[in-house]
Design a protein around this ligand. Structure first.
Ligand SMILES: Nc1ncnc2c1ncn2[C@@H]1O[C@H](COP(=O)(O)OP(=O)(O)OP(=O)(O)O)[C@@H](O)[C@H]1O
Ligand code: SF4
Ligand SMILES: [Mg+2]
Length: 327
């Protein structure tokens, strides 16, 4: 019989169903930030979403939490189209789904105390007395390693790591089940990054949370993700279980990202083939209808410059978009 925890992990909680998000920019041009992206996040798992700056990770995350309306496609949450929720369902969605932002300073209101920031969502979504609210805020701060004496302070009085902890306490305050963690550690000192990752892992176990964990570095998501999705210029180029992706990366872009990760073992470093990515990431404004990676790919052929590769399954959980694979 299937392990109930495993079965739960296979149930889709969120499905980004072929979503695109376009922005109309200067001179009538269209910036395709996210272009026909299709993936699901299953209950209880952590999906890592990785790619270079500007590839559309935050825009994808924002579409999932309804901060952006996709230009095309549908976001489904527990089988419901999130653009068609009624008032009561919207309220429930807003507490079930939370986002932790990339910049912990700009996402906290500088004029509010920590108590107000962390308690705001609870005051909106629940019926608490002031005493209950204070106790709950203290409990949440305790969970993220802060204390009662921090409650009356303002965001500027904290370090970057502490501010991110406040952001995490705020997200947890409404008992969410799904959290989009948008580069929650990239603004932090390396010494603090591991602490915050471990805290997020611990909170996930404690509250059965599901995460979409956004990062631009594959090394960061390795320790927290069950599955990893690699994005390039608005599209998904590869998706696989974390172990599989790290041991058998198939897309040249994933291989290049992995080969850039420093490893401690000098033997392994010497034997590893480095795949340099040359040139800049192209503009997402009016992108060409071909492989988006073609101008930087060491294996590009004529076909790559003419035809966009479709994402294809190459294993149970492994999919890749490259003309070289399975052709
Ligand atoms: N509101 C907006 N209006 C116009 N363009 C936008 C908007 N938001 C994002 N973009 C553009 O969409 C593209 C994707 O941006 P996004 O923030 O999703 O990238 P990202 O992968 O999160 O990058 P980073 O790692 O730097 O955070 C970029 O070219 C960005 O300039
Ligand atoms: S489709 Fe062609 S250009 Fe694109 S990643 Fe594959 S080999 Fe490289
Ligand atoms: Mg971003």
């Amino acid at each position: 019989m299937a392990n109930p925890n495993e079965t739960e992990k296979n149930t889709p909680l969120v499905w980004a169903d072929h979503i695109s998000k376009y922005f109309h920019v200067a001179r009538g041009q269209v910036l395709k930030a996210v272009n026909n992206v299709n993936f699901e996040v299953r209950q209880g798992e952590t999906v890592g979403l990785v790619g270079e700056s500007g590839c559309g990770k935050s825009t994808t995350g924002r579409c999932l939490v309804r901060l952006y309306e996709p230009t095309r496609g549908t976001v489904w949450y527990r089988g419901k189209d999130v653009s068609k929720l009624n008032r009561a369902e919207k309220k429930e969605f807003c507490s079930n789904v939370q986002m932790i932002f990339q910049n912990p300073y700009s996402s906290l209101n500088p004029r509010m105390t920590v108590k107000e920031i962390v308690g705001e969502g609870m005051a909106l979504h629940g019926h608490y007395s002031q005493k209950e609210l204070d106790d709950k805020v203290e409990e949440l701060l305790h969970l993220v390693g802060l204390g009662r004496d921090h409650m009356s302070r303002f965001p500027h009085e904290f370090s970057g790591g502490q501010r991110q902890r406040i952001g995490i306490a705020r997200a947890l305050s409404v008992n969410p089940e799904f959290i989009v963690c948008d580069e929650p550690i990239s603004a932090l000192d390396v010494s603090i990054q591991a602490q915050v990752i471990n805290m997020l892992k611990h909170l996930q176990e404690q509250f059965s949370l599901t995460y979409l964990f956004i990062a631009h570095d594959l090394s960061v998501v390795k320790y927290i993700s069950d599955r990893v999705i690699v994005m390039y210029l608005g599209t998904i180029v590869e998706e696989a279980e974390a172990d599989e992706l790290y041991s058998h990366p198939l897309h040249p872009y994933t291989q290049a990202l992995l080969s850039a990760i420093p490893i401690a073992d000098p033997e392994l470093t010497r034997s590893r083939k480095r795949i340099p990515i040359t040139g800049e990431i192209p503009s997402p404004i009016n992108p060409k209808d071909c492989c988006q990676f073609a101008d930087r790919c060491p294996y590009a052929t004529e076909r790559c410059h003419k035809e966009m590769p479709q994402i294809r399954k190459v294993g149970k959980e492994h999919a890749v978009a490259c003309h070289l694979i399975n052709s």
